[in-house]
Design a protein around this ligand. Structure first.
Ligand code: SF4
Length: 341
């Protein structure tokens, strides 16, 4: 392997045994329960699952923006050129995480209004982020802000710079949020359902835009979504989350060609296919995700799983099985096939 190739493969972020618990009135909720993954420099990892599976809490733990009721343990190791730090050990309001958040690791959300204040112009807000993290020179900050607006395809950027968020359309606000997130050249962009609120055409444009900017800036992306179509379009690797756990993880090609976990197979069957029969009914996964409060050790997918093995799947915790170098599954159907953990 060349040194360039090995550098491209080095993990920028290693999440190890991440657990997030929330004390509820009726018990302890294990919202995230022992999650492990790595994100390599310049690559895109997709975290996919239904709402409530813990994917957003996981991504927000990286930059310490979860509510204080969420008690997180484990390690989130961030290895950049300039620092090696366990993000989970930092004071969530301290100087060090604030210098990483926005500058080295940026985040975009489903609803851009969470990122922008309605009180200030878009240009001012992008400039402010640049002034905090990148330069103290206001002229230079404005130049970068205008350049970023134009890079994300917002024309007439001088005029747009002076407009307020409500004067932008939804798609344009999303672009503006991306330009703000990327204005400080982050090494990692966390994108939480970045295109869910947009119509299909704008969705495709925003994805193209993110891919183009990733190529240009070389950043890694953690893409959090419920949509496997977006995963197929954008990601190198994918981690499928269910009830606070990663139940399957591999490259995108492998997950789509050779899915193992019954939940992953269900997600794939519920996905519309390009060129497929338009009149064919998409299958949905029956049942709902249980709330992980006071869960006994068992498979969380048991109630919804057509392949369940009574007496096994509902009586013990499911081990991870490494069925090949780059394919992990957490399901008793494969427990004998590989290296269990
Ligand atoms: S462990 Fe059992 S219940 Fe869970 S997904 Fe596998 S077969 Fe289904």
């Amino acid at each position: 392997m060349t040194s360039q190739a090995s550098q491209a493969e080095a993990p920028l972020l290693s999440v190890q045994d991440l657990k997030i618990q929330i004390q509820m009135d009726n018990g302890l909720m294990r919202a995230v329960d022992g999650v492990d993954f790595e994100i390599k420099k310049g690559k895109t990892l997709g975290l996919v699952g239904e709402s409530g599976c813990g994917k957003s809490l996981t991504s927000r733990a990286i930059i310490s923006i979860n509510p204080k009721e969420c008690e997180a343990t484990g390690n989130i190791l961030y290895h950049s050129d300039s620092e090696n730090v366990d993000l989970l050990k930092l004071n969530p309001r301290g100087k060090q995480i604030r210098s990483i958040r926005g500058r080295k690791i940026a985040m975009i959300f489903q609803e851009p209004m969470t990122a922008f204040s309605p009180m200030y112009t878009i240009g001012n807000q992008i400039m402010e982020s640049i002034l905090i993290h990148r330069t103290k020179d206001k002229k230079e900050a404005k130049r970068i802000a205008l350049e970023m607006l134009s890079k994300v395809g917002i024309s007439d950027e001088e005029k747009r710079f002076n407009q307020y968020p409500h004067e932008f359309s939804g798609g344009m606000r999303q672009r503006a949020m991306i330009s703000m997130a990327l204005s400080c050249n982050p090494e990692l962009l966390i994108a939480d359902e970045p295109t869910t609120a947009l119509d299909v055409t704008i969705q495709a444009q925003v994805m193209e835009l993110m891919k183009g900017l990733q190529k240009e800036f070389g950043m890694a992306i953690l893409l959090v979504t419920h949509d496997l179509g977006i995963i197929a379009e954008m990601c190198d690797e994918v981690a499928v989350m269910y009830l606070g756990k990663i139940v399957e993880q591999s490259t995108v090609g492998e997950i789509f060609k050779n899915p193992k976990h019954p939940y992953t197979k269900g997600l794939l069957r519920s996905m519309p296919r390009l060129g497929g029969n338009r009149n064919a009914r998409l299958e949905s996964i029956e049942g709902t995700v249980p709330i992980p409060i006071n869960m006994p050790p068992m498979c969380g997918f048991y109630d919804r799983c057509k392949d369940r093995i009574d007496g096994i799947c509902n009586t013990r915790a499911v081990p991870k099985t490494q069925i090949s170098d780059n394919h992990m599954v957490r399901c008793f159907l494969y427990a004998d096939e590989g290296e269990g953990k």
